[in-house]
Design a protein around this ligand. Structure first.
Ligand SMILES: [Zn+2]
Length: 241
């Protein structure tokens, strides 16, 4: 059976579907990378990762959730990561459509530093702030997942110069009106592609993989296998051979 890993989802969709987790697993979706939005999610995500081997947890602060942070959030996050070697960092990043880009950046930078210090993959959200993100990632040495990637072909080219960056495609690729995005998918090397449900049912990643095979004119089982292996490489912190 073909195996799939959902490279970016949230507690909400995992919990909504948790009764059916076994069913999802029986359909080949054997891994779920579950992202946090804010410190309120961290314990629940940790519990879920302890309950299910198939759930890979992330802790972090989403750029939409920077408003209500306690002063000691970085120390708490560091403690949690130190105690749990399987935890990754996410969802973090920059979003121009949300307030206070400067504060977003300082919170994002603190989490990038933790990712380097503790040697963990990081799951990044970026909307409308690619100039800043490219500058930041230029010197970043850790393993990165760019969630729901939909930037331009030029930005893809810049990012491909780094060998530790994965591009995760969401249900947006199912929209045939997104011509520019489809071109970007076509130009993304197979060994850098991940797929994600984000806030939808994890089952959607099977359709996303089929769609990517179609866009790239390659066999579904071949690319599905490559994408699955890419997800494992991400989880293993970018062991790129
Ligand atoms: Zn997300």
């Amino acid at each position: 059976m073909q195996l799939y890993i959902d490279a970016h989802c949230h507690l909400k969709n995992i919990c909504n579907y948790s009764d059916d987790l076994e069913k999802l697993i029986s359909q080949g979706i054997c891994g779920f990378i579950c992202n946090a939005e804010n410190p309120d999610n961290w314990d629940n995500i940790l519990t879920l990762t302890q309950q299910y081997n198939n759930v890979y947890g992330c802790v972090g602060v989403h750029p939409w959730c920077i408003g209500s942070l306690q002063d000691d959030w970085v120390r708490d996050m560091q403690k949690l990561l130190n105690k749990n070697s399987r935890l990754m960092i996410g969802e973090v990043g920059l979003d121009k459509n949300y307030p206070d880009l400067e504060l977003q950046e300082s919170i994002f930078m603190a989490q990038l530093e933790l990712a380097i210090e503790l040697n963990r993959p990081i799951h990044i959200h970026c909307v409308g702030a690619w100039d800043k993100m490219l500058r930041i990632l230029k010197t970043y040495k850790g393993c990165v997942e760019l969630h729901a990637f939909s930037a331009s072909d030029e930005i893809l080219k810049q990012l491909l110069k780094k060998d530790n960056v994965f591009f995760s495609y969401s249900a947006a690729v199912l929209d045939s009106g997104r011509q520019k995005l489809l071109e970007v998918v076509k130009n993304t090397p197979a060994d850098r592609i991940l797929v994600e449900s984000d806030t939808k049912s994890p089952l959607i990643i099977i359709d996303i993989v089929k769609r990517i095979a179609d866009i790239k004119s390659v066999a579904v089982d071949k690319i599905a296998d490559t994408i699955y292996k890419n997800s494992l490489r991400l989880i293993e912190n970018g062991q790129i051979s």
